[in-house]
Each structure stands twice: as structure tokens, then as C-alpha cells.
Design a protein around this ligand. Sequence first.
Ligand code: BTN
Length: 326
Amino acid sequence: MNLPMKDEILKRFLLAKDTPISGQSLADELGISRTAVWKHLQTLQEEGYVFETIKKKGYVLKGKPDKVDPARITSFLTTQRFGRNIQYLDEVTSTQSVAHELAREGVHDGTVVIAETQTMGKGRMARPWESTKGKGVWMTVVIRPDVPPSQAPQFTLVAAVAIVNAIKSVCKNFTPTIKWPNDILINGRKCTGILTEMLAEMDRVEALLIGIGINANQQMEDFPPELQTIATSLSIEEQAEINRPQLVAELLNYLELYSNLYIKEGFKPIKALWEESSGTIGKQIKATTLREVIEGKAIGITEEGVLEIQLDNGEIKGVYSADIEI
Ligand code: BTN
């Protein structure tokens, strides 16, 4: 899918790094006039991009605003489908709501809705999700796997494995772990949540909406007091600023890789990857489901992604959905 012309120009500057690009070469390559090129550069400057003019050579990009804009994400993408259509919004109620509308309109597999902030971010179990402006990754990926609805929950585990690997590729000072089914923790504190919703017929998934919220660049004072003891951000743990567009692209690269793997080989390889990063398996836990509270040792997940808990009397119970305390 093609990027809008302004983003196409920006992508070329991002890829060129310190090599100057002339207005004429852009006009020739993109089949537009030099005046049109100049107007797009003006718009980019108004958005906060800084260009330096190198005499007789052209322009070099010297400064970027801190935004998760599509051109910057695309410059790190290696995917075929995922992230090739990105709907970028400055502010939105929830990226899930926009993704629902787009999915109903029939957008392609791998379409992404991403925003700088959400005014009504949604967590699991109808909880609100804090989405500080310009600091996190607040996005929904629309995927259209050809699977029955019963397999939808496994995609949350596919997403969890993709997120862990994306975080590992941009952060080197810690190792994130997965708390079943869908929280990513660093040193026991939550940095990421996943909310998977579904549009489906009785026997067929029409679309899965994988909502991902990653605390990337918040500092502790950016979190409301009630979250300060349980939440963290990648930046706090890494002690460095996180490149959000790169993180988003790495996430989409892994998400496409693991979705393809799941479609080709089933859940088995995903299960193995998930168990490698799990912080739940082998631990004594308390699982609160809609019906009961189960205490015991988490011994593994089944081929369906169901968590198995061994009670003190040896009985093994399978849990499909629950809040877990470790
Ligand atoms: C949870 O842990 O409770 C899940 C949180 C999911 C939050 C993300 S942010 C992007 C997407 N849009 C939403 O409104 N929610 C998800």
C-alpha cells in the first residue's frame, strides 16, 4: 500500500540519514513538481521536522518531532502486510472503536490504528486504560485470520510473544516476562496490556482487533497515584528514551512473523515461545475467574492456551480467563 506523498518524502529523508536529497531528484522520482515537493517540506516543517539546506546538494533531515507517525514507523518495517495501512490520529476515544468501524468497512489484514492519546482507552473487564499523550504506544491491529472463533484467544498469546520480542529488540537492560494471559511485566510491574476483541459469525472470525497499550516513555510522575506502585514504563526500566516508531515497527514485524507461523504450524511453536518468556508457569498463584477463586501452582498452558493450575489436593483445573495474582 502506498503512503501519502508527504509521508513518502519523509520516509526517503529518514532512510537517507545524513545524505542530502535534492528537491529535483524527489520531484523526478515521485513524478511531482518541485513546487509540490517544496509545499510538502513546508508542511513537514510546520509539523516539527527540521531540514538543513546543504548548498548545491539538497536537504538533510536534522530534527524530528516525537510522534508515532506512519512514515517513521514504515522506515523500520520489514513486513508484507502488517502496518502497510496505518491510520494515525492525534487524539481518539479508543483505537479499538476506530478499528471496529474500519473492520466492518472491510479494511485489509494488518491494518493499524494508532494514536498519540486516547480519551476513553479501554482495558480488559471494562476497566479504563491510561493513555498519556505522546508517551506510549496506543494501537489496534486488525487481523483477519481464517480460523474459527474458538481459536481467537490464542492470538492474544501470539501478540504477547511478539510484544516481548519487540521490547527485547529495543531495550537491552532488562528482560520482560508474560503474566498469563496478556500482561507484560518488568520486575513485577505492568508495562503492557493486550485487549483482543472479535467480529465473528458462528463458525468464522471476520476480524480480530488486537489492542495493545505499551507504557514507553512515561516517567513515574506521569502515572496517576493509584498506578505508581504497580505500573512502569520501558523508559524508566531502560533509563533511556524509547524510539516509539521503531518499537511499533518491531512489534508489527514480529506480529506478522508469529501470526504466519501460527497459521502454518498451529499453536505448538507459539506455546514454546510463550513458555520461554512466561513469568507465571511454576509459580504459586491466585486466579480470580467470574465464578470462583482458584489457588495453586501454575503448571503450564494447554495446546488451546488454557492455563492449568494444580491445586494442593493434586487436582488440575483449566482456566480460560481470569485475573492472576502471583
Ligand atoms: C489490559 O491490560 O487491560 C488491556 C489494555 C489494552 C489497552 C490498549 S491501548 C490501545 C487499545 N485501545 C484501547 O482502548 N485499549 C487498547
